[in-house]
Write a protein that binds this ligand. Structure first.
Ligand code: ADP
Ligand code: TRP
Length: 331
């Protein structure tokens, strides 16, 4: 029996190289060995965004991004959270098994309290109940589908552990194994992709290289990567350089060895190193970019893919809800 791997993708912001290497590629790789279920977490986005145009367009764009990078909807169950209303019934059930204290300990909520207190504001300023109960909705997403593995970034680890706590509480009360306990699957720290300024690439730092930037813009962005002020003739250290670190993600081992030799020999300027990086990146990304541009021109196709995905998962979700209703006495 294959393990079930499930992950949610928040439709926020334009996808960048960090998302591609740290989330999209590893998840697609995992889908080769697991039964994969990937969904667009649109109701999660509502907590932060109240702009309907943005939610609609970002949902399409993020779906297009995954399809363009090779997600095959015949192999992966790919759907929109909002198309699976059973999620929200499970959320209601789980609310009754989640101690408020557990939510008080959630990192994202605690960070908001901290920011508010530092700004001298009411601790709960700007905190809506969607944000406060976010980990319970996430637990519903996961537990609805008997998930074994949840590939996520390190920042989401705590949420998956909370899903385990909530499931255990349910199972314990009914002496059942009704809810399968999921396991978070994190990317190793070494896989963190650096951004233009050498820090972790993140939209919150404004240091991203967009995944589908047109060729000219991609080149311009790569040229903006911050390097030191060493002269052309000086030997350079590849292992402390953001350009080289990114190059390693896109080049073959022979190419990596060749560029390493050019770094250490001296005589190569930063402009040349960046050009090598651009060429390697563009070689890999150009076909994805082309497919992405075709897909965003065809929203009907994307909607159809997501609808078909939902049609495939809803019977599974309905069966799960029926079995839980029996256990709790609501059937
Ligand atoms: P951002 O930091 O830009 O807001 P998200 O938090 O939306 O990105 O991340 C979405 C997914 O992409 C997560 O699985 C996360 O681990 C992965 N990811 C984001 N940035 C990086 C990075 N710099 N290196 C590796 N993975 C990343
Ligand atoms: N919270 C996740 C994030 O911010 C997105 C998400 C929602 C998710 N539901 C999920 C991830 C279920 C894994 C499983 O990236």
């Amino acid at each position: 029996m294959k393990k079930i791997a499930l992950t949610g993708i928040k439709p926020t912001g334009i996808p960048h190289i960090g998302n591609y290497l740290g989330a999209i590629q590893p998840a697609l790789k995992l889908s080769e060995t697991c039964e994969a279920r990937f969904f667009i977490a649109d109701y999660h986005a509502l907590n932060a965004t109240k702009d309907p145009v943005a939610i609609r367009s970002m949902t399409l764009e993020i779906a297009a991004a995954w399809l363009a990078c090779g997600l095959d909807p015949d192999k992966v169950l790919f759907y929109r959270q909002s198309d699976v209303p059973e999620t929200f019934e499970l959320l209601t059930i789980l609310l009754a098994f989640t101690p408020k204290g557990l939510m008080n300990r959630a990192h994202a909520y605690k960070a908001m309290l901290q920011t508010n207190s530092e700004a001298g504001k009411d601790p709960d300023d700007g905190v809506n109940m969607g944000l406060f109960t976010y980990p319970i909705l996430m637990a519903a997403d996961i537990l609805l589908f008997d998930t074994d593995l949840v590939p996520v970034g390190n920042d989401q680890f705590q949420h998956v552990e909370m899903a385990v706590d909530i499931a255990q509480s349910f199972n314990h009360i009914y002496s059942s194994q009704a809810l399968r306990l999921p396991q978070p699957l994190a990317q190793p720290e070494s896989k963190t992709v650096v951004g233009l300024d050498g820090r972790k690439m993140s939209k919150s730092y404004g240091n991203i290289i967009p995944l589908f930037a047109p060729e000219k813009q991609l080149r311009k962005t790569v040229m903006k990567i911050v390097t030191n002020s060493q002269e052309i003739e000086e030997p350079k250290d590849p292992d402390t350089c953001s350009v080289f670190s990114l190059y390693k993600c896109f080049a073959s081992s022979e190419e990596i060895a060749a560029l390493r030799a050019r770094y250490t020999a001296g005589g190569m300027g930063w402009g040349e190193a960046k050009q090598e990086l651009f060429v390697a990146m563009n070689r890999e990304l150009a076909p994805h970019r082309q497919r992405y541009e075709e897909l965003v021109q065809n929203p009907d196709y994307i909607h159809q893919v997501l609808r078909e995905g939902a049609a495939k998962v809803r019977p599974l979700a309905a069966a799960k809800i029926m079995s839980l209703r029996k256990i709790i006495g609501i059937s």
